[in-house]
Each structure stands twice: as C-alpha cells, then as structure tokens.
Design a protein around this ligand. Sequence first.
Ligand code: CMC
Length: 383
Amino acid sequence: MTDIKKGLAGVVADETAISKVNPETNSLLYRGYPVQELAATQPFEAVAHLLWHGELPTDDELAALRATERAHRTLTPEVIAAIDLVPLDAHPMDEVRTALSLIGAIDLAGRGSVLEASGSVEDNLERSIRLFAALPAIVAYGQRRRHGDEPIAPRDDLDYAANFLWMTFGVEADPVVVDAFNRSMVLYAEHSFNASTFTARVVASALSDLYSAVVAAVGALKGPLHGGANEAVLHIFEEIGDASNVVPWLDDALASKRKIMGFGHRVYKRGDSRVPTMKAALDTLVAHYDRPDVAELYDTLESEFVSRKGIYPNLDYPSGPAYSLIGFDILTFTPLFVAARVTGWTAHIMEQLGSNALIRPLSEYVGPDERHIEGYVPDPAVA
Ligand code: CMC
C-alpha cells in the first residue's frame, strides 16, 4: 500500500532560503530575521527587498526601490478599464486576479514565444516590483469603486503603507494606523510553502512567466482555508454581534461541526508565531479608535474556543478586526493579503527558477480496472 500524504501534509517538497517556520519554537524567520523584529523596525519596502535579495537594503538600495515603486504606482487606463469590467458584486479577489493578469499581458506583449516566458533574473525582479507597486492602487480602487468613488492618485511624498491608505481613503492616516498597517503587511509577506506559494512555484517550475504564477497564486489564496479566512473572521464577528453572545453562538457552531475561521494551522499546532505581534497592533487600533467592544469580542471568542478545542488563533484572527477598524471593507481583506504576499510569492518564483525542477508528483490510481468500448475493433496499426 502506497503511503499517501493527503494534502502533502508533512512532505518536505524542496529547500528554501527565504523563510523558516519552526512550530517547535513558535518562530518565523525571514532570511534569518525573526518576523516580529522586522515588523517592529522595518518599512514594508525594506522587507520586500530582504525577501527578494536575501539582505536588508542599504539606505541607497531602499531609496532606489522606493523610487521604482513610486514610478509604478499608477494604474494605466487599460487596467482601470479592465477593473471596471468586473461586476461590482464579483468578489474583489476576481478583480485583483483580472488586473494582475492584464498587467502581465501588457508587459509581456511582443516578447516572443513561451520558450522565453520565464525571463531573466533582472526581468523577474522588475516584474516583481511592478506588481508590488501596482497592488495598492488595484486594491484601493476596488474598494473605492464599490462605494461609487473615483480612484485617488498616489502621493509621491508618502511611503508604501501611508500611500496605500491615502489611495484607499483619501485622507492622510494617523501614524499609529500607518504603523499597524505596515506591521500587518510585514507579517503577511511570507510563510514558506503555504498553498498559494506552492502554487506559484508549481507554475514557475513549468517555466511559465512570473505573472502567470502570481495569478495562479491569487486563485489559491482566495480559498477560505487559506487567505480567505481573514474575511471569514469578520463574517463570524458580525454573526456573533457582541461578547455576551459568544457562548451560545459557539455551542451552536460546534454542535453543527462548523470550522471557526481564524483558528488552527497546518504547521503551527501550539499557536501562530505572528499572532502576538498582530494582536499588539490590533490593541493599538482598538485604543486609537476607542473600540473596546472589538477587543472584548476578540478575547472572549479566543478564550472560549481555545479552552474547548485547544486550537489556537492564526494571523487571520487579529488581522481581520484590525483591517475592519482601519476602514477596509470585509471583502477587501484578502486582496490586502495579496498585496503583502506578492513579495513572498515572487521571491519563491525566483528561487524556484534559480534551481528549477518541474514539480510533477505521482498519484495512486483508484479508478476502474482497464475496460473497453463495446464493439470497438482495434486498428492493428496502432494497437
Ligand atoms: N475550527 C474547528 N475545528 C477545527 C479548526 C477550526 N478552525 N481547525 C481545525 N479543526 C479541527 C478539525 O475539524 C479536525 O477535527 P477532527 O480531527 O475531529 O476531524 C482537526 O481539528 C484537524 O483539522 P484539519 O483541518 O484536518 O487540520 P489541518 O492541519 O488540515 O488544517 C486548517 C489547518 C488551517 C485548514 C484548519 O485549521 C482550518 O480549516 N482553519 C480554519 C480556516 C483558517 O483559519 N485558515 C487560515 C489558515 S492560516 C493563514 C494561512 O496560512 O493561509
């Protein structure tokens, strides 16, 4: 009997130098640095550089990355028009997937056959920065058009996180809010061979182009067992209403064997290493917006669920309410995850291409035994 690892659980599929998840010590390192140290000290642009190049940027390197990022912040009229074609009641992840696909098609137009699709290291770095820079505009415009608002032009005097909030809300965010948002971007940036990153590596391993790999990863991230969980947490909060309703709600949910979104993890079984940092950011937002009710609901559901099931929160649990307090619509949460994780995806695509082997596992066939079409007479020439 073949030993099948359902969901590839526990399978080590390849090496990576990008991040290390250690469930034993409850730690997550990006290129050797603990993620909580990066979240507390680094702008998201510096973490993107770290993931792509392996080292934090010098001042000059950071300035150069910021200049390139600023140069690619504005969406072309074609991309705006493509976003406008997506029905307003479609999920924003479909909008993000469509916009990124068109950016790729425009960039790669006239670049020859599929044999050259995977591009050089320089091509892929440029493509990575292009997507990194465009995503805030895509996500911000998506939320704005659902409110009937026009897109807002980027501000060259603002760094990535502050400009992202500016383009979404049209007001300069308080530094406390910018800091909490920046931390969330850093925490979401990378997490080894999760489902979407592995998807991106599979596509890249066929020597397809970086844009195709990222678009495929967006599809994987949309699922509620992966990135869609941050959105699902807020739907749960809305269902529960307030802390006094947690116990009866949880009784019903567990009796009907519902999964409680924002809890559990394939790798971390004793707590997600990113949660304390994001919870601290959520606490600053709760204080800033004076919303103790949010903290009360958060704490009550966490303590009730952990005490009953021994399953701990993952990053989506604190990030969902944090994004809601900042003012993002619930449906925008997973696109925010894309804006962050595009850095990890693209770092992995480049790493995959650096020592590529086509990812092509085997399967155990369990279908019918060989059988034949009645009356079919084999052609002796091809039998
Ligand atoms: N609520 C209720 N029960 C749960 C939960 C949960 N959130 N998570 C795990 N369980 C139970 C599950 O029902 C199963 O019980 P039993 O053995 O009695 O059938 C047991 O725990 C093992 O669960 P599993 O789904 O087989 O474990 P897994 O390692 O495949 O799942 C997971 C990991 C993330 C898919 C799962 O915990 C889950 O569905 N969580 C809710 C969705 C969620 O929050 N996803 C975000 C993941 S973190 C962000 C990311 O990396 O994308």
